[in-house]
Design a protein around this ligand. Structure first.
Ligand code: PMP
Length: 382
């Protein structure tokens, strides 16, 4: 075999191996897509205790087939409806609406107590404490490292370049046989930019473990969300949240989209009633009105571009970095003292100057027009 066809053949084999490893059964709106029929390699990726875990079976899981009227199964108090009853452990009504809004089948959706839960679970499912490691872009959202530390999993940060971009080979070079997860946040926090799509696709194709794409801010981006590519990438988990574009940070609802096999493992490991009734109710209300979100997003993107232009005119601002999120990063002449000055005025931004590649940078969340105007007014008087 010549060198070129050998390389081609090894690419094909790699693809076959990844597909085999994840043995997919995607159910796309009642049609079951079964790519490969074995689940051996997902089993290999999982911690043995998790693969073999018999999950807790809650009272509400155990009956089916009849309309229930009298509930004497869960040791609940019959008084104080509706708060006396345990909520739906699998949040079917919320998931049906999420499915509609996000275009992802119900079987491919996990809902959790904020993205925090969806960030922590993959460590507990795939990473053996003290043995396995994960790779992540740097700088990025701090919870990936915090959860690694809590779970005693080695965290391997790979520095972005000066444009806050990364190549697939840099990420793959940081991996070894014990690397279970690669974290990519896009749009990235705190840098605000999309990570280039070719690098993401290459990592997804070449890495034999789990690739998690955190798209918490993708509603503010012009790039097609990765959740649309679920069927193509059996090793991908995409994270979304109600905390940003949906304006629901208080209710704590995060989501993960992945193959049915991966979602089934998430559901096995999560706490039985991980999303409480009040959260489910409020999420249903919000998800019934996606047009409100579209309107907010449009306004915030417009405000973002105005505020970024205004920052560029401030003598105390040296650089504004491109953003696809509801915030942007600005390099200032003296971030710490500008931050302190704003705090005194009752205006809180995020000082990111101690983060790698973010020297003297403030991270500015886009507020309402009047909040943004107040910020600019204060900075003009600095
Ligand atoms: N992912 C990213 C990239 C974030 O920046 C944040 C919050 N700052 C989250 C997830 C957290 O989302 P949640 O509120 O759903 O826990």
């Amino acid at each position: 075999m010549d060198a070129v066809s050998e390389a081609g053949a090894s690419e094909i084999m790699r693809e076959v191996n990844i597909r085999k490893r994840f043995a997919l059964h995607y159910s796309i709106f009642n049609i079951n897509y079964s790519i490969v029929n074995e689940v051996n390699d997902l089993k290999e990726l999982c911690r043995k205790n998790i693969w073999e875990l018999s999950p807790y079976s809650s009272a509400r899981n155990e009956y089916s087939g009849h309309v229930a009227r009298v509930f004497l199964d869960a040791n609940e108090n019959p008084y104080n409806a509706p708060y006396n009853r345990y909520p739906d452990p699998l949040q079917q009504e919320v998931k049906t609406l999420v499915s509609k809004v996000k275009g992802v089948p119900v079987d491919n959706i996990f809902l959790g107590n904020g993205s925090d839960e969806a960030i922590d679970l993959p460590y507990r499912i795939f990473c053996r404490p003290g043995i396995d490691n994960v790779v992540a872009i740097e700088p990025t959202y701090g919870m990936y490292k915090v959860c690694a530390d809590i779970n005693d999993v080695e965290y391997r940060p790979v520095l972005l370049d000066e444009h806050f971009q990364i190549t697939a080979s840099k990420l793959l070079d940081a991996c070894d046989a014990n690397t279970k997860i690669i974290w990519i946040c896009s749009p990235n926090n705190p840098t605000g930019n999309n990570i280039n799509r070719e690098a993401i696709e290459e990592v997804l194709q070449k890495f034999n473990g789990i690739v998690i794409i955190d798209e918490a801010y993708s509603d503010f981006s012009n790039e097609k969300p990765m959740r649309a590519e679920l069927r193509k990438h059996p090793n991908m988990i995409v994270l979304n949240t109600m905390s940003k574009a949906w304006g629901c940070a208080a209710i704590r609802l995060g989501m993960a989209f992945a193959s049915k096999e991966i979602i089934d493992i998430f559901n096995k490991v999560k706490y039985p009633y991980n999303v409480n009734l009040l959260t489910q109710k409020q999420a249903i209300e919000a998800l019934k009105d996606p047009f409100a979100v579209d309107k907010w997003v449009k306004i915030l993107i417009q405000e973002r571009s105005q505020l970024m232009s205004t920052f560029l005119e401030l003598p105390i601002c040296e650089k504004v970095y491109p953003s696809n999120a509801n915030f942007f990063l600005a390099k200032m002449t003296d971030a710490q003292s500008i931050y302190d000055y704003l705090v005194e005025k009752g205006i809180i931004v995020r000082n990111r100057s101690r983060i790698q590649l973010c020297g003297n940078c403030l991270r500015i969340t886009i507020g309402t027009k009047s909040e943004n105007t107040e910020l600019v007014g204060a900075l003009r008087n600095y």
